[in-house]
Design a protein around this ligand. Structure first.
Ligand code: FAD
Length: 288
């Protein structure tokens, strides 16, 4: 099924992100994660793509496993370090496997990287155009409530986002955020600027103190004082921190839903127990 159809037909959606292993001998472990996660019935499940594209087979294998478990897969695809030929190969494989949904991404620029030639795409909107020329896929894109780190300002960021959506992006998924006001401001700005596709709120449950440092470094997102106080109080006790992280993420989702945001994506970090606990905390709300 297409993600656009799921978003259209469901009052509320809660989807999950998983990532493939770095080594092939761990693939069965990740498949077991997918099987466990499927039991809590996410609306769909996305699988990330290694920035260099060299392990595209791992993403393919996990997308197939998601499908085998009766869940709609959304396959990520980055273009920065892939030639047109490589992109055609990967998209062709997805078509062959019956995967109908692609999250079209540029990928992060590795240090010292220079664009070699026109065989490569510099921005995600070019990848969107290319995928559309290959087949009938539902294409999603990434967006950034606290601005993409390379953007000069919010206005430029939203203008380029509009360009990407106008190329045929049917839904957007946000970078993680911990302060819902950042999302609400961004959402309003998108609507004012005529970006009218569903915007799925990306929520990262922080269940250990090291994870937040790493996540902030990667994502450039701000952390409210309330969250720092939780880390100060519970950061040294793994079980308490895990419980507090699950409750914080659940509260964030409830606040989003209370404000009319009905599409949530959980960055699960491949932890079925965390994803399941959040789903449990929302059970009556989701089925209301
Ligand atoms: P773009 O849309 O190309 O935007 C990148 C920058 O270029 C922005 O500053 C934008 O404003 C600017 N820009 C856009 N168009 C133009 C233009 N025409 N001219 C000039 N500037 C322009 N990375 C992975 O490697 N694998 C993954 O699986 C993965 N999954 C992700 C999932 C989500 C939901 C998110 C939010 C990010 C994900 N990323 C992933 C990270 C992503 O690849 C990086 O954030 C990357 O730096 C930007 O990707 P993008 O698709 O948003 O790029």
């Amino acid at each position: 099924m297409k993600v656009s159809q799921i978003l259209n037909e469901s009052r509320v959606t809660v989807s999950y992100e998983v990532f493939p292993p770095k080594q092939w001998d761990k693939i069965d472990g990740t498949k077991a994660v997918v099987q466990e996660m499927s039991k809590s019935h996410p609306s769909f499940m996305s699988v990330t793509y290694g920035a260099a594209g060299t392990k595209s087979g791992f993403t393919r294998e996990i997308a197939k496993e998601i499908s085998n478990n009766g869940i709609t897969p959304l396959s990520h695809l980055t273009c920065l370090t892939s030639t047109r030929d490589k992109i055609h190969q990967v998209v062709g494989e997805l078509k062959e496997d019956g995967v109908e949904n692609i999250l079209a991404l540029r990928g992060d620029i590795p240090q010292g990287f220079e664009f070699p030639d026109t065989q490569y795409f510099e921005h995600a909107y070019q990848l969107v155009n290319e995928i559309k020329s290959i087949g009938d896929f539902c294409i999603g894109g990434a967006c950034y409530p606290e601005i993409h780190p390379e953007s000069k300002n919010r206005v430029e960021d939203i203008e380029y986002l509009k360009q990407k959506v106008d190329c045929g992006v049917e839904f957007l998924t946000t970078q993680m955020f911990f302060d819902n006001d950042k999302f609400f401001n961004f959402y309003e700005m998108c609507r004012i600027k005529g970006i009218n596709v569903p915007i799925i709120a990306g929520i990262m449950p922080i269940t250990n103190a090291n994870q937040i440092r790493h996540s902030i470094e990667l994502s450039n997102c701000s952390v409210p004082d309330k969250f720092y106080r939780i880390m100060d109080r519970f950061g040294d006790n793994p079980e308490s921190m895990k419980q507090a992280g699950i409750v914080y993420a659940t509260e964030q989702i409830i606040d989003l839903m209370a404000n009319g945001i009905n599409n949530i994506h959980i960055y699960t970090m491949n932890k079925p127990d965390v994803a399941g606990a959040i789903m449990n905390g929302l059970s009556a709300i989701i089925n209301e």
